[in-house]
Design a protein around this ligand. Structure first.
Ligand code: KIV
Ligand code: ZN
Length: 526
């Protein structure tokens, strides 16, 4: 019986391995703070993700701390830490995972001739020995080990098969086949999986996994092809963020398996109704906006413009919809709270959204909510998420804080911004002109803080409908090679714009501080 027919009968499960917090964080400018990573980890657990790759502990003290914190709190998903095939990395990963209920060490070593010769400067036999030694050590320390043959799709097939065989006999129970540079084509990737599963001794006793990058726009197609070839784990990220063109998008892989279940005959454990919420959370935290036509979670993914389509939908939704918006968590916007809601209701509601705040943070979020409720009659879930994420980045002390802002403009007077900031606890005031009100604010902010940061992008969007909607501004700033995102939300978009800029400046400051503390050591290169 063909491999695929057999899986159809079994109705097996495909494990979802999320790497938003590790490979996703390698997107330029997407670095996240510990509390933000925890927030995403809680959402991943709530969605039913099987394995959360929480970070690369040896890369920096921040990564280490985030993996520790996630290991300590998350109980419903297994927690994984990345490690090179080096003793120090493996020991550090094991220490970071100490408190995890189901820990996993993810080892990787390149197997392509190009990487072995130019990057690792190791002979093929030495690579095999390193895999053997490292997997054995990791199994001893963590029990559960995954091995990735980096650049697998450009590796010699027979050598790749030997490397996989060594990892299996040393005790790895998951074998990941990464398309590290997004080079593979679906048919050849499927065949590679079939080849490895049918030729490597012990292959049928382990789980094969696919990890695809999107350089040719094929990450999701390749992941699905790998599943057809027998992979039962897919590595992916929310919104498809990740190194360069990104990784396979979890929401796309999972919805393809769900919508085309009759074809694949496979299941995932993902609660797909959480996708839109998860996507917004990642976008807000990283400052990486989702393109409107992005499959599953883009603003237009369920919007029908043409009259013929609208007519068809009215007659029967199935004419132009292959899945229901509710299945991915897209609703008309649920009214959640109003002006008269109390602190208790507020706390209960935000807990259902996955936020756990200290009493102090709860008080400040509740005060922001009350201010918003005074300006805006109806508060939707999206408003709450925006409001909460706005305060979430500030676990560490901010250098700059907006105290007051006055902006004048219109057709008669030149746009002018007058700002009062608290800088390291001291109030400072300055006024300045600009070509428009936002330009006036940003020029003045730049002058008052003395920052040389360059504005890379500025976007504004309404969170819910109506002219009283919260406006959310997202900016990305760059200074001396460091990139940071910031966002601000307010019913006044000029206030939101100022807050977004300041949040990004505060993040740049923290990055500078961290680099200084780490003695300018950059993240260990992958
Ligand atoms: O793309 C890649 O090869 C990786 C490995 C570390 C799995 O991210
Ligand atoms: Zn990767």
């Amino acid at each position: 019986m063909a491999d695929r027919d057999r899986t159809r009968e079994n109705g097996e499960r495909v494990r979802i391995f999320d790497t938003t917090l590790r490979d996703g964080e390698q997107s330029p400018g997407a670095s996240m703070q510990k509390e933000e990573k925890l927030q995403i980890a809680r959402q991943l657990e709530k969605m039913g993700v099987d394995i959360i790759e929480a970070g690369f502990p040896v890369a920096s003290p921040d990564d280490f701390a985030a993996v520790c914190a996630i290991s300590e709190e998350i109980r419903g998903s297994s927690i994984c830490a990345l490690s090179r095939c080096r003793s120090e990395d493996i020991e550090t990963a094991a220490r970071a995972l100490e408190k995890a209920k189901n820990p996993r060490i993810h080892l990787f070593l390149a197997t392509s001739a190009l990487h072995m010769e130019k990057k690792l400067k190791l002979a093929p036999e030495a690579v095999l020995e390193t895999i053997d030694r490292s997997v054995r050590k990791a199994v001893e320390l963590a029990g559960e080990v995954e091995f990735s043959a980096e650049d697998a799709t450009r590796s010699d097939r027979d050598f790749l098969a030997r490397a996989v065989g060594v990892a299996i006999s040393a005790g790895a129970r998951t074998i990941n086949i990464p398309d590290t540079v997004g080079y593979a084509l679906p048919s050849e990737f499927r065949e590679l999986l079939v080849f490895l599963r049918t030729t490597v001794p012990g292959a049928l006793d382990v789980v094969f996994s696919a990890h695809c990058h999107n350089d040719l726009g094929l990450a999701v197609a390749n992941s699905l092809a790998a599943v057809e070839g027998g992979a039962r784990q897919v590595e992916c990220t929310l919104n498809g963020i990740g190194e360069r063109a990104g990784n396979a998008a979890m929401e796309e892989v999972v919805m393809a398996l769900r919508v085309r279940k009759a074809f694949f005959g496979l299941e995932t454990g993902i609660r797909t109704e959480e996708f839109v919420r998860a996507s917004r959370l990642v976008s807000t935290i990283t400052g990486m906006l989702v393109q409107p036509n992005k499959a599953i979670v883009g603003a237009n993914a369920f919007a029908h413009e043409s009259g013929i389509h609208q007519d068809g939908l009215l007659k029967d939704k199935r004419t132009y919809e292959i899945m229901l918006p509710e299945q991915v968590g897209l609703s008309e916007g649920s009214l959640v709270l109003g002006k008269h809601s109390g602190r208790h209701a507020f706390r209960a509601r935000i807990e259902t959204l996955g936020y756990r705040l200290s009493e102090e943070d709860l008080s400040s979020a509740f005060a922001r909510f009350k201010r918003l409720a005074d300006q805006k009659k109806e508060i939707y879930e999206e408003d709450l998420e925006t409001l909460l994420s706005e305060g979430s980045a500030t676990q560490e002390k901010d250098r700059y804080r907006l105290e007051r802002l006055v902006v004048t403009g219109g057709t008669l007077v030149p746009p002018t911004a007058t700002l009062v900031l608290s800088i390291d606890g001291e109030e400072r005031q300055m006024a300045g002109l600009g070509t428009g009100p936002v330009d006036a604010i940003y020029r003045t902010l730049s002058n008052i803080t003395g920052s040389g940061a360059r504005l890379l992008s500025f976007t504004v969007k309404g969170i819910t409908g109506g002219s009283d909607a919260l406006g959310e501004v997202t900016v990305r700033l760059e200074e001396e090679g460091r990139v940071a995102a910031g966002h601000g939300a307010d019913t006044d978009i000029l206030v939101a714009a100022a807050r977004a800029y300041l949040e990004a400046l505060n993040r740049l400051e923290r990055k500078k501080e961290r680099d200084k503390r780490a003695g300018l050591v950059q993240k260990a290169s992958l």
